[in-house]
Design a protein around this ligand. Structure first.
Ligand SMILES: NC(=O)c1ccc[n+]([C@@H]2O[C@H](COP(=O)([O-])OP(=O)(O)OC[C@H]3O[C@@H](n4cnc5c(N)ncnc54)[C@H](OP(=O)(O)O)[C@@H]3O)[C@@H](O)[C@H]2O)c1
Length: 312
């Protein structure tokens, strides 16, 4: 079997996609490839100047790209709700949602506008709220896909229900691993719930291995010991942002992608290489914890998939 590449993306003409955190890194590359395949792509981000530069970059490569930028700060439930209202006003349906935005290992505990620990709030709870509020548009699409970006970090993750927001004890990497495990559990649970309730959408997950992006600079910072070590190792164990986006793109577009599947690079420890099925750790397959996380997320955000589905 030959390796999957962007050349395998089918025509996406007439499809609408939303990508979060598309102002840089993997989200930008994902949006670029989707636009190149003819999709109408809405790039979203928290930094409008970067968003406009991203639009210019994509238009330089694909002058006929059907793209727009919209403000969407996942660290604010008000911003998420505002975006989904604007999206619903202009769009009947949504074919593809790429839940990609994220921050990693912030050295000091920070909070979102709603008081959530920043990594859980941005990486997971914001995407939970976004997906739920886009459910009516996703359901109207013929075969919508939601792709949730997780990480190798989910392997070391645990959901600490007793201190979900790390109020009592904050460790940067532990909070990151928890948020990425939460994304993978959410992805699997969304697939189960969609099947059970007949929402008609497919949920998949992906991870990029280790891709060279701004994630370290935006998180732990370029001058930490870990960053220096990882810079030294980069040439051997990392890949470009465009290569890192391939698992997301496969999950988003390949007819062969499996509902509830998880995709990542095929090389040593899934750090780099062409995309294929990735390893899911047992804690991500803990259905009882996933159901509990779903309920806790509904309580924390005040947003219920079931209520939104019933009202649509
Ligand atoms: N790079 C890797 O090796 C790696 C490995 C595993 C998983 N991941 C995951 O891949 C995803 C993308 O990361 P990346 O590597 O591409 O890093 P990146 O270059 O730092 O890009 C992250 C994107 O998320 C955006 N973002 C951060 N906080 C946001 C918020 N509150 N609201 C909206 N957007 C926000 C950033 O916006 P700004 O442009 O404003 O900063 C940026 O567009 C993340 O979920 C990350 O956890 C990456």
């Amino acid at each position: 079997m030959t390796d999957w590449t962007t050349a395998d993306i089918p025509s996406l003409s007439g499809k609408t996609a939303v990508v979060t955190g598309a102002t840089g890194g993997l989200g930008y590359e994902t949006a670029m490839a989707l636009a190149g395949a003819g999709a109408i792509v809405i790039l979203t981000g928290r930094n409008d100047a970067k968003g406009l530069r991203a639009i210019e970059g994509i238009c330089e490569r694909f002058p006929n790209a059907l793209i727009a930028y919209e403000h969407l700060d996942l660290a604010s439930l008000a911003s998420v709700a505002d975006f989904t209202r604007r999206f619903a006003a202009g769009n009947e349906q949504l074919d593809l949602l790429g839940n990609n935005a994220g921050v990693m290992a912030l050295p000091k505990r920070q909070q979102t506008a709603d008081g959530f620990e920043m990594q859980l709030g941005t990486n997971y709870l914001g995407h939970y709220a976004l997906t739920a509020q886009l459910l009516p548009q996703l359901r109207r699409a013929k075969a919508a896909r939601v792709v949730n970006v997780s990480s190798l970090a989910h392997r070391s993750g645990a959901i600490n229900f007793d201190d979900l927001q790390a109020k009592h004890s904050y460790r940067p990497w532990r909070a990151y691993c928890q948020s990425k495990l939460a994304m993978l559990m959410f992805s699997l649970e969304l697939q189960r719930r969609s099947l059970a309730a007949g929402w008609g959408l497919t949920s998949l997950a992906a991870h990029p291995g280790y891709a060279r992006t701004d994630l370290i600079a935006n998180g732990p910072g370029a001058n930490t010991f870990q960053s220096r070590v990882s810079r030294w190792l980069q040439p051997f164990i990392s890949q470009s942002a465009a290569e890192g986006a391939l698992p997301t793109l496969l999950a988003a577009t390949s007819p062969a992608a499996q509902p509830g599947g998880y995709y990542g690079p095929n090389g040593f420890y899934e750090l780099k290489g062409p995309p294929r099925s990735a390893k899911i750790m047992p804690q991500a397959k803990d259905f009882a914890s996933a159901a509990m996380l779903w309920d806790v997320s509904a309580t924390l955000t005040g947003i219920s998939f079931d209520e939104i589905a019933a009202a649509a």
